[in-house]
Write a protein that binds this ligand. Structure first.
Ligand code: ZN
Ligand code: ZN
Length: 211
């Protein structure tokens, strides 16, 4: 694996550590930190600081007994999360989201396929499969899009993204990601709003594909 050069922005890592990210983005962050020691260290630092804030919080009028209760809760062993082993290109958190099954690829056209892993009113998270050399239709974004490469690579107007790299796209970016040569590009992509496709046909298909 080449070195990871595009990471999760720190405010997003802090929000993740505080449990304040929508599920779709949480899954991308959990997957990235499962393969990126650098971002994992940042999350752990924020979690440690979060604990200290609760302990030293003079800002809230918390009774001594309530504070003791809170602290004892924090000291309770956290139930062991099931640890899922990597399967092929899929790190543990993705294997967990797949509930042990193989991806169920649905065709999006031009060889591009997707498997929606989760969807709620705050956003959606999906696996995307892009054949080598294939472009994803040029599109803008109504909200935030977080794309983590699990296999292969892609390039767009902003640069090159290899395994482990994350692209953060927002309203200001219009891009046409193109998968690299070699292995098909498999990404984990989370969005909090529908994408804006510039071509008529993809726009027409959007309600069908829920992207
Ligand atoms: Zn990172
Ligand atoms: Zn995009």
């Amino acid at each position: 694996m080449t070195a990871i050069s595009h990471h999760i922005p720190e405010p997003m890592l802090a929000a993740y550590a505080a449990g304040n990210l929508p599920h779709a983005f949480s899954l991308v962050v959990a997957t990235h930190i499962s393969i990126c020691a650098e971002c994992r260290a940042v999350v752990e630092a924020h979690e440690a600081v979060g604990g200290v804030v609760v302990e030293d919080s003079g800002a809230f009028a918390v009774s001594a007994s309530m504070k003791a209760d809170l602290l004892s809760l924090l000291d309770d062993p956290i139930p062991e999360a099931p640890v899922y082993a990597r399967s092929g290109p899929y790190p543990g958190p993705v294997v967990e989201a797949l509930k042990g099954r193989e991806p169920r690829w649905k065709k999006l056209g031009m060889g591009v396929r997707q498997d929606i892993l989760a969807e709620d009113k705050h956003g959606s998270v999906r696996l995307l499969y892009i054949p080598p050399g294939q472009a994803v239709p040029d599109h803008g974004h109504n909200g935030l899009e977080l794309t983590l490469v699990l296999q292969g690579s892609f390039t767009d107007e902003t640069g090159f993204f290899g395994v482990g790299d994350v692209e953060v796209a927002d309203e200001t970016l219009e891009h046409t990601p193109i998968a690299g040569a070699g292995d098909a590009c498999i990404c984990l992509a989370a969005t909090d709003a529908r994408l804006k496709f510039n071509a008529f046909v993809p726009r027409m298909l959007q309600p069908i594909f829920r992207i």
